[in-house]
Design a protein around this ligand. Structure first.
Ligand SMILES: NC(=O)c1ccc[n+]([C@@H]2O[C@H](COP(=O)([O-])OP(=O)(O)OC[C@H]3O[C@@H](n4cnc5c(N)ncnc54)[C@H](OP(=O)(O)O)[C@@H]3O)[C@@H](O)[C@H]2O)c1
Length: 347
């Protein structure tokens, strides 16, 4: 499906929500992603129903946002497009038990991450459409940008066509309806989205960066520096640098920092990230591509996440947390979403 990059500026007919106008979308799960997809689609004029428990924080949030909550089969029975916004580890069982039996013939199943399809944990029956719209960012940002008339880019793929509906057009309308066509819809495959997403979050965004930050914090503190100072230098300032990188790219970021910082970065970066690190990155990618990571995650999830719980506990007791609280308390305007509101409250 060689779509290239579609955007409202270059392909207004393709990047339009029109194909969903006379249809119903069921959003299953009202967490990070589900809440943003449901609200953005509704604000784009699409009929949306939501399935979530009523008595959980997310369920109460959905009710407060004006959605009437249905049980999963009831929502699925109404829908032409069913968006699975459930955690990856629970999708296979919920799909088999509550979703597939209730799907209309030719309905389209929408994923926001390709995990369950890439690793064969869900194998939808023939005739059902299967599409992917993976916004490249958290749900809170997807919603926030939508409300500001902007949009996150997303990755887009069709795994299987529907025998009744044009799955590609419905999928593109979904991407447009949540605001992604205002930036760009990038065509890919379920496999490439899943493998690059897992590799990126493990080696850089969440794994590599966090390990780098903790190691640097520990080196400063063991040498006798104040933990708050170590936190400011190795963690707090990541946001300032990341914002520059996000808006201007690597060369633009380098142009915006001092010559001292730029010279030091070139000098130290190459010594730190040597061939050994690259070799371990290749091993992480191989682990993702072989399915070994997915299988470890699944085992831990099926056992109630004993390994994740242990590591979470250790992380939450790391001395960096106390330093983090001290530094963050200096900025009471920080939003809980992690985004700094445009205007801090007046003193
Ligand atoms: N988070 C991101 O930034 C991001 C970005 C792109 C794609 N994605 C993908 O989006 C999907 C959803 O992730 P998320 O982070 O949005 O999840 P999440 O915030 O953890 O939300 C999950 C939702 O599913 C419900 N749920 C959990 N277990 C359930 C079960 N056993 N039966 C029925 N409902 C259940 C939860 O309801 P309760 O609250 O009532 O428990 C909650 O509303 C995943 O495929 C993920 O990979 C996430």
């Amino acid at each position: 499906m060689p779509l290239g990059i579609i955007s409202i500026r270059t392909d207004p007919a393709l990047a339009s929500v029109e194909a969903l106008r006379d249809r119903t979308v069921a959003v299953i799960g009202f967490g990070n992603q589900g809440a943003a997809h449901a609200a953005n689609l509704r604000d784009s004029g699409v009929a949306v129903v939501v399935a979530n428990r009523c008595d959980s924080p997310n369920g109460r949030r959905a009710i407060a946002a004006g959605f009437e909550l249905l049980d999963i089969p009831a929502a699925v029975r109404l829908a032409d497009l069913v968006i699975l916004a459930l955690p990856d580890e629970v999708q296979p069982e919920v799909y088999a038990g509550a979703i597939e039996p209730a799907l209309k013939p030719g309905a389209i199943i929408g994923f926001t991450h390709g995990f369950a399809i890439r690793y064969g944990l869900i194998r939808p029956r023939g005739g059902l459409g299967v599409v992917l719209v993976a916004p490249k960012g958290p749900g809170a940002t997807l919603r926030e940008l939508y409300l500001r008339g902007r949009g996150l880019p997303c990755l887009f793929a069709v795994h299987q066509p529907s025998d009744r509906t044009d799955a590609e057009r419905i999928g593109l309308a979904w991407a447009a309806g949540i605001g992604c066509a205002r930036s760009g819809i990038v065509a890919t495959t379920f496999a490439d989205e899943t493998e690059t997403d897992l590799f990126g979050e493990q080696s850089v965004l969440c794994g590599g960066m966090q390990a780098l930050m903790l190691a640097a914090f520990e080196v400063l503190v063991e040498t006798g520096y104040d933990p708050a100072l170590a936190y400011i230098e190795c963690c707090h300032e990541i946001k300032q640098v990341a914002d520059l990188l996000y808006a201007r790219g690597p060369a633009g970021m380098n142009a915006a920092i001092s010559n001292t910082a730029e010279f030091g970065a070139m000098d130290a970066g190459a010594r730190l990230i040597d061939s050994g690190v690259r070799e371990r990155m290749r091993a992480i990618l191989a682990d993702v591509r072989s399915g070994a990571f997915a299988s470890r995650l699944r085992q831990d999830a099926l056992a109630g996440f004993p390994s994740l719980t242990l590591r979470r506990h250790a992380m939450s007791h790391h001395p960096i947390e106390a330093a983090s609280e001290t530094v963050r308390s200096l900025m009471p305007w920080l939003g809980s979403s992690g985004n700094t509101p445009d205007s801090p409250p007046s003193p």
